[in-house]
Design a binder for this molecule. Structure first.
Ligand code: LCS
Length: 394
């Protein structure tokens, strides 16, 4: 059944599922099987050859994984999706499905450090090079693309600076150059932003974050055309092997039922926290796309429906004051990752972006004192009070 006539709250609950045909079970079954029996040797041959419906081996496909894929595709308005072992498995599978030796990528410099490392350190071993640009100005993308460019790689809002990329303009430049536009939409989720509607070709997720939502599973997803996903599924994913465990797929499916509800609350809480920080005398600066003070607030209003749960800021007194803040908090949890029910706080330069060379960090606007906050679902007054007390104490 097509779910496109339904809204996002409905699709988050229903897309991709129906009561189990054999048992009537209403919850999605977890198919913890690594292999699937063939009724006859002839049907085995046909299934193996892809000429008959059916499952063979979980690295090739599994019913619980496929349910997750249908739901992600529906929420993003894509033809198809591929579930993967992690966000990095999604990103590496999608990129490796496109590039060959000699190819070139243009990428935003405000980017998750794992992606930076993949592009900057791993792919050059295979003859694939990347030019990193400040993609908050699309002219920098236009200046960097050339005949060998296969991918324009965006991440908006970017980790951790919350710099935005104009996806529609970036996609137009990519199309003109004969390249595909990839967007890491982990921070926004399809509830706040749908890159395919803006002209992107491929959307990438760390499903570990808001999709899962409860801090208890690692996963990833790629959304794109049938042809793109089929090629990635039967090519790199199968051969490199970054598939998701059916159990993790199930946990993420469970989390996704409340994705729209949670994201609305993350949006509201983050705005409230952003406003507190903006007015606090201990704060040097704060970045949140939903604040009028964000340099790209107008773009945020154009391409996003909500502004997400991520806020970053710097405490007056730089790194040391930031460290004191993090030692003073009680409710917020001092850790990496994001998109959890709980509010998480971390110092990017020494943790999530430690592997990015200092010079590249500076170029991307990741100052040494930057504190990143993943605003959770607690009572906003409690989050605000925790931060206020900790800030006042430094
Ligand atoms: N894309 C973004 C925007 C991310 O923030 C992350 C992980 C990934 C992709 C990779 O996803 P994974 O393989 O971990 O599922 N971000 C992390 C972070 O900021 N702290 O810990 C992980």
């Amino acid at each position: 059944m097509s779910h496109s006539k339904y809204g996002l709250f409905t699709q988050a609950i229903h897309a991709g599922t129906a009561p189990d045909r054999e048992t009537g079970a209403v919850a999605v079954p977890i198919h913890m099987a690594n292999t699937f029996a063939f009724p006859t040797s002839q049907s085995g041959v046909a299934t193996f050859a892809g000429e008959a419906e059916g499952h063979v081996y979980t690295r090739w496909g599994n019913p619980t994984q496929e349910t997750l894929e249908r739901r992600v595709a529906a929420l993003d308005g894509g033809e198809a999706a591929l579930a993967t072992a992690s966000g990095m498995a999604a990103i590496s599978t999608a990129i490796m499905s496109v590039v060959e030796q000699g190819d070139h990528i243009v990428a935003t410099d405000a980017i998750y450090s794992g992606t930076f490392s993949l592009l900057n350190k791993e792919l050059p071993h295979y003859g694939v090079t990347t030019t990193f640009v400040d993609a908050s100005d699309p002219q920098n993308i236009a200046d960097a693309v050339h005949d060998d460019t296969r991918i324009v790689y965006l991440e908006s809002p970017g980790n951790p600076t919350l710099a935005l990329n104009d996806i529609a303009v970036g996609a137009e430049i990519a199309r003109g150059a004969g390249a595909l536009t990839f967007v890491d939409n982990t921070f926004a989720t399809p509830i706040n932003q749908r890159p395919l509607d803006l002209g992107a070709d491929v959307v990438l997720y760390s499903a570990t974050k808001y999709f899962c939502g409860h801090g208890d599973a690692i996963g990833g997803a790629i959304v794109g055309s049938e042809a793109f996903i089929e090629n990635a599924r039967t090519g790199i994913l199968r051969d490199v092997g970054g598939i998701i465990s059916p159990f993790n797929a199930w946990l993420i499916l469970r989390g996704m039922q409340t994705l729209p509800l949670r994201v609305e609350r993350h949006n509201a809480n983050a705005l409230q926290v952003g406003r507190l920080l903006e007015e606090h005398e201990a704060i040097e600066w704060v970045a949140y796309p939903g604040l009028e003070s964000h340099p790209q607030h107008e773009l945020a209003r154009r391409q996003m429906r909500g502004y997400g749960g991520m806020v970053c800021f710097e405490v007056k007194g730089g790194v040391e004051a930031g460290a004191r803040l993090m030692n003073n908090i009680e409710l917020c949890t001092l850790t990496v990752s994001l998109g959890d029910t709980k509010t998480l706080i971390c110092h990017s330069a020494s943790t999530t972006h430690r592997s990015v060379p200092a010079e590249a960090r500076r170029a991307a606007g990741i100052t040494d004192g930057l504190v990143r906050l993943s605003v959770g679902l607690e009572d906003p007054e409690d989050i605000v009070a925790d931060l206020d007390e900790a800030l006042t104490a430094i």
